[in-house]
Unconditional design. Structure first.
Length: 430
């Protein structure tokens, strides 16, 4: 109990301190920014492969049907943070940003033999960029156009899963999406004969969205030793329903001068407060499977697609395209019952993913490719309570330097904690 409370307090402090954007990428300028899909360290280490995975030790938000796997006595908590180091290259130069931020936290348990529930908070999208372009004003003067953005959206969700039959479960996540995205454009001149201008647009988005899923689990090889080593095959599918999110926008235009590296306002050109609007989240769906024995090995694959071509914010589409993702991942435990050799009880994970992102710039739809790996480091159990530290790492690449675009190579890491405690057991002795 003390471990759980300490873990929750620590993660809430991390969330308050590091609520800044996870990333610094020029590509987060478009749409809602970079969509965050791999928030759990376990599935992050398998390149996000998760739709067909279910376990009493894991909270799998990618498929709410998985919550029915919780056992009757346990309370599961998970959370952590994520960091990223990038190498961004273009025809005009290079940049090497680093960022670290809260990742997610969640807890889940079983309410009835047929009913599992989970609740949590995680980032939905991240915006973080700053770009400068220089233009000639005349034969002797130039001006700079500086574009920057920050913020992102968070998702507070509550999920429920119901076991309709011994092998079939369905589930629904009800989510409240909220957050602010701020975008700024500055025009600065190198001549004192012109006045610098700045336009800042702050957009606050908040509303509900829903996603659902199912999982079907079948035993393909029965274990006769009584050690629960059955080999199981699990199919899963998910759908994210289209949502219309409420939005409110402030638009400020002003003239300013810069002194000592700081901006000082001269006057306000225009200010429009509380412009009401809508942001449309498009339909998404995914399917996947897993096969194996959770005490020894598991492998699986996922396919995901989202109809971003129908995305609109304040009536504008931002020229987004449908996104597609393919991933393959798995895990391996050398000897789950080993007592003397610790690293034989460690879970080792790896995965690969290929994504077509929703960005199409200069007639080029940008793709992302990455490999990931990680491990689950079990901590010493106390009275049937088990905890672990999870480490995940990913090397990836996105974009291209063709057509004067930007190529990004990144290294991303996730640190997570997972706590499973027995809360609902009646003890014979006090």
């Amino acid at each position: 109990m003390k471990k759980l409370i300490t873990g929750i307090i620590l993660l809430l402090l991390i969330f308050n301190v590091s609520a800044q954007s996870l990333i610094e990428s020029p590509y987060s300028r478009y749409g809602l920014g970079e969509i965050n899909t791999n928030t759990n360290a376990h599935f992050f280490s398998m390149a996000g492969t998760s739709i067909g995975f279910r376990s009493p030790l894991l909270i799998n938000t990618a498929n709410p049907a998985s919550y029915s796997a919780f056992d009757s006595l346990s309370f599961v908590f998970t959370g952590g943070f994520v960091g990223q180091y990038s190498q961004q290259e273009s025809s005009s130069g290079s940049a090497y940003p680093f960022s670290i931020a809260f990742n997610s936290f969640a807890f889940g348990f079983r309410l009835a033999p047929f009913w599992g529930t989970a609740i949590g908070l995680q980032p939905y999208s991240s915006v973080g960029y700053k770009m400068t372009s220089t233009y000639e004003l005349d034969s002797v003067s130039t001006y700079n156009a500086i574009y920057s953005g920050s913020g992102g959206l968070n998702k507070f969700w509550w999920g429920n899963s119901f076991k309709l039959f011994p092998n079939l479960s369905i589930g629904v996540n009800s989510s409240y999406i909220f957050g602010t995205i701020e975008r700024e454009r500055k025009i600065t001149f190198d001549s004192s004969g012109f006045v610098n201008t700045k336009n800042t647009v702050s957009r606050f988005i908040n509303d509900f969205s829903f996603d659902a899923g199912f999982q079907y689990e079948a035993i393909i090889k029965k274990d006769t030793s009584g050690l629960n080593n059955d080999i199981k095959l699990t199919f899963g599918a998910t759908v994210g329903l289209p949502s219309t999110l409420h939005a409110s926008e402030n638009n400020l235009s002003e003239r300013f001068y810069t002194l000592g590296g700081a901006d000082y306002t001269l006057d306000t050109i225009n200010f429009i407060n509380n412009i009401e609007g809508e942001v449309n989240l498009p339909l998404s769906f995914g399917a996947g499977f897993s096969i194996g024995n959770s005490r020894k090995w598991m492998v699986g694959a996922d396919f995901r697609m989202q109809d971003w071509s129908s995305y609109k914010a304040y009536g504008e589409s931002d020229s987004l395209q449908n996104s597609l993702s393919l991933s393959l991942g798995g895990s391996f435990i050398p000897d789950n019952s080993s007592i003397s050799k610790y690293f034989k009880k460690v879970t080792y994970m790896a995965g690969f993913h290929y994504d077509k992102t929703y960005l199409q710039l200069r007639e080029t739809q940008l793709s992302k490719i990455g490999i990931s790996f990680g491990m689950v480091l079990p901590l010493r159990p106390v009275y049937q309570n088990s905890s672990s530290i999870k480490l995940g790492f990913e090397f990836g690449k996105m974009g291209t330097t063709d057509q004067n675009l930007i190529s990004e190579k990144y290294f991303r890491f996730v640190f997570g904690i997972n706590i499973k405690e027995h809360w609902f057991e009646k003890r014979r002795y006090n």
